[in-house]
Ligand binder design. Structure first.
Ligand code: NAD
Length: 363
């Protein structure tokens, strides 16, 4: 036994560098496919989760959110921001980190960067919705908004749904150029388009992932033809939408958690009782997905805590027996659990001055 109690319960931590190492080692396609399946499996056991809409703190420039969820065995939360104007300050619109914890002890099991993990899980969720709702012969997708999420969205649609042809549009040409450069060397067919109309021409699937804290009309009613599946993922907080209301009125709408999406999604523009289907209902076979080839389906994705839970549990298994974690001294955990103060005394004894016994009296 060592001379001093360890006083430590080390928590595995996945840094940005180590997340990159993990993605490199697994391969991004495998990560996206495994994440899609993990998210699908958790949505399929929807009733087992204790769910709540996320806790959002809004400001004039953006939002900071906490996203907690538990299945009674594990608990997770993510801290995430959404600041569309950050790009002007050379900062990202979305950054995140999160924790997976044991419900039995309350101790954290994993602490991780989640900016990259959020991009992966958001792309996996769009791919899951597309696999479930798009026409099975879909081969071409339009990606409107070619910012940080876009390459992930494209890679997931390719890896999970077999879509090989992509039509890209962004108001910022440099964003589209960067997206094309990042995907060079893949077998994907990429077409740069000069406007939304050109981008969605012939597209079976349309993904909107723009960022602007306002009611935008990225897709007007006349642009969305019969049989198209739309993933609208950029409208994800109050006052921030992408689709014209009339597009929604002509579509069958699918959401993650209706209570949250009615506040944050494109459907905030509709009456509070407008019918929508939660995607778990389709997976459980209690509600239909696509029933006609000419139907317009919209996945109004805002990001729900279950996807982060799935992603953190996937990460937890992926990092076992690897070197891609650091051990964080995060939890004060004395060998005698009731001797928390003793940690201070032992530290002072080891390090000399200012021990509690020699501290001067405070008058
Ligand atoms: P980003 O700022 O990196 O990229 C957004 C892109 O949209 C920019 O390139 C911008 O030029 C473009 N854009 C803005 N207005 C446009 C318009 N009218 N037409 C075409 N392009 C336009 O942001 P990001 O990290 O890629 O995120 C994109 C959006 O997705 C954000 O709104 C973000 O909040 C949201 N998001 C949602 C989820 C989710 O789970 N649903 C997860 C992550 C991000």
């Amino acid at each position: 036994m060592s001379g001093f109690p360890s006083d430590k319960a080390l928590v595995p931590f996945v840094s940005v560098e180590n997340m990159l190492a993990l993605i490199h080692r697994c391969g991004i396609d495998r990560c996206l496919i495994e994440l899609t399946d993990a998210i699908a499996a958790d949505f399929a056991r929807w009733q087992m989760f204790h769910k709540a809409p996320r806790v959002a703190s809004h400001s004039a420039t953006g939002v900071i959110e906490l996203m907690p969820i538990s299945d009674g065995v594990s608990y997770s939360f993510k801290f995430v921001n959404g600041h569309p104007s950050n790009v002007k300050r050379e900062l990202q619109t979305v950054t995140a980190f999160g924790v997976l914890a044991s419900v039995a002890t309350g101790y954290p099991k994993l602490f991780s960067e989640m900016t990259l993990l959020t991009a992966l899980r958001t792309a996996a969720t769009s791919a899951l919705a597309t696999r479930m709702l798009a026409r099975s012969d879909s081969s071409t997708a339009a990606i409107i908004g070619n910012g940080a999420q876009s390459e992930f969205q494209i890679r997931a649609l390719a890896a999970v749904c077999g879509i090989t042809s992509f039509r890209l549009y962004d108001i910022d040409k440099l964003a589209t150029q960067r997206c094309v450069a990042n995907l060079s060397g893949t077998a994907l067919k990429l077409k740069v388009c000069g406007c939304v109309e050109a981008a969605i021409e012939g597209a079976d699937v349309v993904t909107t992932c723009t960022a602007d804290k306002s009611h935008q009309t990225i897709l007007t009613d006349n642009l969305v033809g019969a049989g198209v599946h739309v993933n609208a993922i950029g409208g994800d907080c109050p006052g921030k939408t992408e689709l014209h209301r009339d597009v929604l009125l002509r579509s069958d709408i699918f959401v993650e958690h209706a209570e949250q999406t009615r506040i944050e999604g494109d459907i905030q523009q509709l009456d509070p009782d407008h019918p929508v289907t939660e995607i778990w209902e389709v997976m459980a076979g209690v509600a239909p997905g696509r029933i006609r080839a000419d139907q317009i389906t919209v996945f109004d994705g805002v990001g729900f805590a279950i996807e982060d839970f799935s992603a953190l549990r996937w990460l937890w298994s992926a990092v076992q027996d690897t070197t891609v974690t650091e051990q964080l001294d995060l939890i004060a955990d004395p060998d005698d659990p009731r001797d928390l103060f003793g940690m201070i005394r032992r530290y002072s004894e080891r390090n000399g001055s200012n021990s509690p016994s020699t501290a001067s009296t405070i008058n």
